[in-house]
Design a binder for this molecule. Structure first.
Ligand SMILES: [Cu+2]
Length: 355
């Protein structure tokens, strides 16, 4: 790899010297235009055609990418606010696409149509107030509209009202895993500080705070469907980012402060597993894993485990160290009853300390 990089640097350096040499020669040569170094009519025609070909190539590449990579789109959002987020994204992309298709065409087609011809001089056209007004005011209106719409969407998602029965959950980030802390019966998280971290108390819950006694620390994130969840995010060490793509949620997790985010899950794990999208996806993943297993077995290594059920995941989306890629926690969205059944099987802080 290093050899390859050094080679590239040497080649680029040689090209740069060669180019500078050419510029030097050009600046010294005669300017009659027939020296062979200055573009003639034939060169101009070739370049004009290349411009059109490049435009066609760009359009082709764009449509190919949309077609080829559309299989990596996320499924429909599994949270209440998700469709607002997706709409904003869709409108922005649609607008960018329309504008860029038009401007790419103008740029390349004009370069083709008005390519240099001997004896033909460009028209001197100083300015036109009306034209300038049009191409200034249209982007101003469109961009202002997009930004205002984006701001409204943002504040709609970020400035949430707390429902009466909202569930408060703390997500605690450590290199390289997540823990969840449920607020318990009182729905109030106990105070916590890194100074209290000791033995089993890995989240630094204040042992003297009564609110924290019934808190429940878990390795999985269970969320009741249709109920607002308020996440309080804390980090023990470095900057992390809590990323829940299926719920269109992401929030930085910053050491020394509590950040928050809220959403209401709308699709249970069971439900999303049954969708056509997910069944298709699982089939593809299984095929890839089967192929990989064959190769592993042929190389005398054990085959990959079966992977047949989709699960939502909370991922870290800030590169926080060598195992960042694997910093994740399973999320299970289930009915309120199932959630209550599960939380009863988990130990409270008081019980685990007593043990
Ligand atoms: Cu991380």
């Amino acid at each position: 790899m290093t050899v390859f990089l050094v080679l590239i640097v040497i080649i680029l350096f040689a090209v740069a010297i060669w180019q500078m040499n050419k510029i030097y020669a050009l600046s010294k040569g005669n300017s009659s235009g027939e020296s062979g170094e200055v573009a003639n009519g034939k060169d101009n025609r070739i370049n004009a055609k290349l411009m059109v070909m490049f435009m066609v190539f760009l359009y082709f590449l764009m449509f190919y990418c949309f077609w080829h990579y559309s299989k990596f789109y996320l499924p429909e959002a599994s949270s209440a606010h998700g469709s607002k987020y997706d709409n904003l994204m869709f409108i922005s992309i649609a607008l960018i696409m329309v504008v860029q298709i038009i401007t790419q065409f103008l740029l390349h087609f004009f370069a083709y149509k008005y390519n240099g011809k001997k004896g033909q001089r460009a028209l001197f056209y100083a300015d036109n107030d009306k034209l300038e007004f049009i191409w200034t005011i249209i982007p101003v209106i469109v961009l202002a509209g997009l930004i205002i719409y984006g701001l409204f969407t943002w504040s709609d998602i970020m400035n949430f009202d707390e429902d009466e029965d909202a569930l408060v959950v703390e997500l605690y980030a450590q290199r390289f895993n997540w823990k969840a802390r449920y607020a318990g019966e009182d729905n109030i998280l106990g105070d916590a500080n890194v100074r209290f971290i000791e033995g089993i108390n890995q989240l630094g819950i204040d042992p003297s705070d009564l609110d924290g006694q019934d808190d429940v620390v878990t390795q999985e994130l269970h969320l009741p469907v249709g109920r607002q969840v308020i996440f309080k995010l804390r980090s023990q060490d470095v900057l992390h980012s809590a990323y829940m793509p299926h719920f269109r949620a992401q929030m930085n997790v910053v050491p020394g402060m509590i950040t928050q985010f809220s959403f209401t899950p709308t699709v249970t794990t069971e439900e999303i597993r049954k969708t056509d999208y997910m069944q298709d996806k699982m089939r593809t993943i299984q095929e890839i894993r089967k192929e990989k297993s064959k190769k592993l077995v042929a190389a005398g290594e054990p085959a990959l485990d079966d992977y047949d059920e989709f699960d939502y995941y909370l991922l870290c989306n800030k590169i926080c160290g060598e195992s960042h890629y694997n910093m994740q926690m399973k999320i299970i969205v289930e009915s309120q009853e199932d959630y209550e059944k599960w939380i009863k099987t988990q130990k409270t802080f008081e019980a685990s300390v007593a043990q």
